[in-house]
Ligand binder design. Structure first.
Ligand code: ZN
Length: 310
């Protein structure tokens, strides 16, 4: 069993309109845009990163907005719900705030003894907020949401699977242990993680495979401290038979990718070097940042990409 994985690093989803996406995460949810760059593999679309003050791993929701993209079709083999942690007692505030801003899909329930508020993102993305007592992570303080309510980072992600067996085995190999189960959901968690420590596996044997589109999670990334730990994880996965990509430089972290047995695309990303490697912390996410391989496209991209109003 591996011990290098420290929780979630980021969750990356697909979106349609970048302006609407940006407004939702910065204004409605009060996260900080910590990077405005392009999809390194398709530079004519943005890659937008939202998180806490510096984009601490475990807090970072990222998007590839393709302006005309059709909505995804929810199903199995994907991350169904991405869950953010908020302080104890904050759900009432969020219910009122999100309802006042006409956010779709509001529904309250309780799971594993935690109060939860579900809501939909601008493209129907599945989200929830959970009250997480004892979460000591610091929130972004300038997002228009008070410190008693602001999002701390991810709490968990919930996968929808035809069968959870092989994915549970993989997560256990990655360092997770089963901590609870109920209602067709198995809960796995990491000890000594970064706060974004929980994965729920929901079994839905009769639901067809998801079709990716706007509002779908594209991949989920797990955090390792540095490149050395990443290579250890890469070797262990490859030795177990997983087809893992080479290490790819994503400017703000190094990444490896592989497909998990239930269909969800996994990434393992380093905590180094971080989002402040090419921008002052005070101005994170403001300027369009391009990786060196796409720097020559700046003029065309600045002309082509929809301006973000905030
Ligand atoms: Zn990623």
């Amino acid at each position: 069993m591996l011990d290098q994985i420290k929780g979630l690093h980021h969750v990356t989803s697909l979106a349609s309109d970048p302006t609407v996406n940006n407004a939702f995460f910065t204004k409605t949810l009060g996260l900080r845009r910590v990077k405005k760059t392009v999809n390194f593999d398709a530079p004519d679309v943005y890659h937008l990163y939202y998180g806490d003050t510096v984009g601490t791993p475990g807090s970072v929701m990222t998007y590839f907005p393709f302006p005309q993209m059709a909505a995804g079709r929810p199903g199995t083999g994907e991350v169904g719900t991405t869950v953010f942690a908020v302080p104890e007692g904050a759900l009432g505030y969020w219910k009122e705030r999100l309802s006042g801003l006409n956010v779709d899909g509001l529904a309250e329930d309780e799971a594993f003894g935690e109060r939860r508020l579900h809501f939909a993102g601008p493209d129907g993305d599945g989200f929830a907020l959970v009250e997480a007592p004892g979460d000591t992570r610091k929130a972004w303080s300038d997002g228009g949401v008070g410190d008693d309510e602001a999002i701390r980072g991810f709490h968990s992600a919930s996968f929808r699977l035809r069968d959870d067996g092989a994915t549970a085995e993989l997560l256990k190999f990655m360092g997770y242990t089963e901590v609870d189960r109920g209602d067709g959901v198995v809960r796995l968690a990491l000890e000594n993680g970064n706060g974004a420590d929980v994965i729920d596996l929901e079994t839905m044997p009769n639901i067809s495979h998801a079709g990716q589109g706007a509002g779908s999670v594209h991949h989920i990334a797990f955090a390792v401290e540095n490149r050395e730990k990443q290579l250890e994880v890469r070797k262990a996965l490859a030795d177990t038979g997983y087809q893992v990509t080479p290490v790819i430089d994503r400017d703000y972290f190094w990444a490896i990718y592989f497909r998990s047995p239930g269909g969800v695309l996994f990434e393992v990303a380093t905590n180094e070097p971080g989002f402040d490697r090419d921008e002052d912390t005070a101005h994170l996410g403001e300027a369009l940042k391009l990786p060196v391989q796409h720097a020559h496209l700046r003029e065309a991209l600045e002309d082509h990409l929809q301006p973000l109003t905030a």
